[in-house]
Write a protein that binds this ligand. Sequence first.
Ligand SMILES: [Zn+2]
Length: 267
Amino acid sequence: MPKKPAKTISIIELISLFFTEQKAVDWLEGVRWGQTPVCAHCGCVENINKSKSKKFTYWCCNCHKQFAVKTNTIMHSSKLSMQKWVVAIYYLLTARKGISSMQLSKELGITHKSAWFMLQRIRESCKQGHFKLSKVVEVDETYMGSKEKNKHSHKKLNSGRGAVGKAAVFGMCERGGKVKAMVVEATNKESLQGTITNNVEKGSTVYTDGHRSYLGLQGYKHSTVNHSAKECVDGMAHTNGIESVWAVLKRGYPCQDFERRVPQHER
Ligand SMILES: [Zn+2]
């Protein structure tokens, strides 16, 4: 049977659902607490009063602290409205080609700094903890960060060429499923094969390019794909999945964003 397309809503429907800040807060309160507010500090549901001075805020008579629906969520202590958060989450989840903080700042009419902060928090919350990829997994490495020639002189590393000054990112993409990507310190055999062992179930099929670091990969059905010869698109043996992941990642993290995200000492 053909797969049903995922149910999505349009931006127009989204805006009508969250037309006012009150509507957005009511919605999140319902999702988070149901009918009654639950204290975000002590979990108490009794003796909770609405704050008289602060909108959308409650006072817990049990622990004598105030809280709101944003407390202890990704929106904790953010001054941005719930409406803006909802729209930012919508963009991040639905933009097939990713969204940059610069673009988000224009869409929401907020500063670039605020948009960057929102994206960081939302992305952080999308992390799903420790899991391993399995079955058929495409792996590849790429480099991110500004080209040396485009940097301001005080930021130049002045050594070598090519990948200098860029962060090496290693990605693994399970066919039709999950993706894991991380900054790696080196792209040698020890580093890349170690990362595969830690993140991919033994016995899985692993497709890589011809990089010498993948030679002798143990415990997997390993096939090599030759990018340049365009021979890769023969049915199963290709790395198109991970390559689309790179395209989305690079659109979502323009050079400046990525440089700020990866601390200097880790690059
Ligand atoms: Zn409490």
